[in-house]
Design a protein around this ligand. Structure first.
Ligand code: HEC
Length: 181
């Protein structure tokens, strides 16, 4: 990719009088350092394959790359603001007393920001709960399966997961792997 930029340097190297003295393979090494340096400076992250991801250790000792697609996160936040924030809170913080059934015997909306227990659940459970709503007698969450597309459900999960602190996300990841096994 840097071939065009590098070309004049190579020409200058070889035509300079000392270009004949320096062994060609040494020039190759020098050029390699130059080009490598440019690539490393401009695009350091992806050189080692992590992109904009963050490397985390999970409780089971696995090393994972945490990455949330920004486009999907934006889409998910829009879905959340439109359909979920009225119950789960502006910042997905949930109702203050979400652990206790209310006077009618229903659970209030729990936090989705990582401070509740959503992270105990595998993704398939979260999808299922969003599609079908609260089980009878549990809460008053409506079913979204008819109203949201699958990619919107996927995006809203991606959004609230992006709020989870690293240790919470790492703990969820381990559980998810155990569930998928
Ligand atoms: C009318 C209020 C209401 C709305 C609107 C609502 N929820 Fe809920 N949600 C609840 C309640 C109450 C619960 C707790 C009972 C249960 O788990 O069904 C809950 C539970 C959940 C859970 C399970 C969390 C856990 O820790 O087990 C998820 C995930 C969830 N909601 C996501 C969403 C998403 C995403 C939206 C928007 C598309 C949404 N909710 C909209 C009331 C609501």
């Amino acid at each position: 990719m840097n071939e065009r930029k590098v070309q004049p340097v190579r020409t200058w190297f070889t035509t300079a009088w000392w270009g004949n003295i320096l062994p060609r393979n040494l020039m190759g090494i020098l050029l390699g350092i130059l080009v490598g340096g440019l690539v490393a400076c401009s695009d350091g992250g992806s050189m080692i394959g992590f992109g904009d991801g963050k490397v985390l250790s999970t409780p089971s000792g696995a090393s994972i790359v945490r990455r949330h697609d920004p486009e999907q996160v934006r889409q998910g936040e829009a879905v959340y603001r439109r359909h979920c924030a009225t119950c789960h809170g502006e910042r997905a913080q949930g109702a203050p007393d979400w652990r206790r059934r209310d006077a009618d015997g229903f659970y209030p909306p729990p936090p989705l920001d990582g401070s509740g227990h959503a992270w105990h659940h595998p993704k398939a459970f979260l999808q299922e709960r969003i599609r079908n709503g609260s089980p009878p007698g549990e809460g008053r969450m409506p079913a979204w399966g008819e109203r949201l597309r699958e990619d919107e459900i996927e995006a809203v999960i991606e959004w609230f997961q992006s709020l989870w602190p690293d240790p919470v996300y790492a703990a969820w990841y381990d559980r998810e792997q155990r569930f998928l096994e």
